[in-house]
Design a protein around this ligand. Structure first.
Ligand SMILES: Nc1ncnc2c1ncn2[C@@H]1O[C@H](COP(=O)(O)OP(=O)(O)OP(=O)(O)O)[C@@H](O)[C@H]1O
Ligand SMILES: [Mg+2]
Length: 368
């Protein structure tokens, strides 16, 4: 009998040990960051977690879990930890920006739940990297913003352009009977207004562009476009860092060319006295990357959100439609665009261009 009890006991022990080992392995090999902590002290972190936090396991264990969170958020995190400790299930997830051990910041989603760690009740916090989700959300928001601004702008442009065109017709008739010099000035001013509206219609109604989708050698096009600016480049040094030219993209060539042109023009205009214009082309992670950087005036932080909005311009003679065209074109080709700028140091526009727009991928043919 005693033997039987002993053997049942050891079986239970064995089962417990096996399930503990399994549990440990599941956590250790999980791709998500899993931290077990008690009274803020980190008792355990899995390898994926140490890699994600850019630290060594030995350094992280024993540290304070709160140290990765922003000072202002610590109370909220403490509250979540308490909820986790007192509850039986996982807390609601919470989005936070944390600072990793190498100083970099990253957006995470986290939730806590209670666990038994040895003979203590501790908290298990799971961190999930949501950088890509955040970027996608922002891209979608930007697209929606652009699309609705574009629709309103296109509607207004269309309504205003028609009467202006008929005024222009009557002016031409008037000129035939009365060649007053004011009529010529009126006509040229009117033409400028009609041109602006035409440009606006073009950039805000991309479905009006019935250009075919063709193969584009971006390296070749960037080199040719630079030639167009020769007369503006006395005091500007050009660095062409062009690599991976065998990687071509498919898209609407004229729209792309106009977008590159607009970015180069802005970069040059940002350096009125002197500076360096750097054009980069390379292939990485299935995208063709084009970076256009200048060492010019830069863009103040509070203006960054306005980039791409029709008519936003800081220039006396700017129409503020250049970047609208750039953003619309890149979005329409399922590309991505990011801007980095420091006032008085310079600006970089980074374009990530898919080799094929997604509609080509889906159908393996490029039709609109
Ligand atoms: N590389 C850059 N450096 C500094 N500011 C920039 C840069 N690119 C764009 N900007 C800012 O963004 C604004 C909008 O640019 P956008 O190209 O849309 O219009 P614009 O250059 O003013 O006029 P245009 O319609 O003639 O291009 C600019 O007026 C400028 O303030
Ligand atoms: Mg411009």
């Amino acid at each position: 009998m005693n033997q039987l009890i002993e053997s049942i006991g050891s079986k239970e022990m064995l089962n417990k040990e096996t399930s503990e080992t399994m549990y440990k392995q599941i956590i250790e090999y999980s791709v998500e960051t899993i931290i077990i902590h008690l009274d803020h002290e980190i008792l355990y972190i899995n390898q994926a977690g140490a890699d994600f936090l850019k630290g060594l396991k030995e350094e992280i264990i024993g540290g304070d879990i709160l140290s990765v969170f922003h000072e202002d958020e610590k109370d909220l995190i403490l509250e979540r930890i308490m909820q986790g400790m007192n509850g039986k299930t996982a807390t609601q997830s919470l989005e936070q920006t944390i600072t990793r051990f190498d100083g970099s910041h990253v957006n995470v989603e986290l939730y806590c739940h209670p666990v038994q760690f040895g003979n203590k009740k501790a908290i298990q916090t799971v961190l999930r990297d949501i950088t890509i989700r955040k970027e996608t959300e922002k891209m979608l928001q930007d697209r929606q913003k652009l699309a609705s601004i574009g629709q309103i702008a296109a509607g207004i442009a269309h309504e205003v352009k028609n009467p202006l065109t008929s005024v222009k017709g009557f002016l031409q008739l008037l000129k035939e009977t009365n060649a007053h010099p004011y009529l010529f000035t009126m006509e040229s001013e009117l033409e400028k207004a009609i041109d602006t509206l035409q440009n606006l219609l073009q950039v805000s109604k991309p479905n009006l562009h019935d250009e075919p989708i063709i193969e584009i050698d971006v390296c070749k096009e960037l080199n040719s476009l630079m030639l167009l600016f020769q007369d503006k480049l006395y005091n500007i040094k050009i660095i062409m860092d062009i690599r991976d030219c065998d990687k071509h993209i498919f898209g609407k060539k004229n729209l792309y060319l106009k977008a590159f042109f607009n970015l180069m023009k802005n970069a040059i205009e940002a350096m009125p006295s002197q500076g360096i214009l750097r054009i980069e082309h390379y292939f990485q992670d299935e995208y063709v990357h084009v970076k256009i950087s200048d060492t010019g005036v830069g863009i103040p932080k509070e203006k960054m959100n306005l980039l791409g909005t029709p008519f936003f311009s800081s220039k006396t003679d700017g129409t503020g439609l250049g970047l609208t065209q750039v953003f619309t074109t890149i979005n329409d080709h399922n590309g991505q665009i990011s801007v980095h700028s420091v006032v008085n140091q310079g600006t970089t526009f980074h374009l990530k261009l898919p080799q094929l727009p997604s509609r080509c991928k889906a159908t393996s043919r490029c039709v609109d």
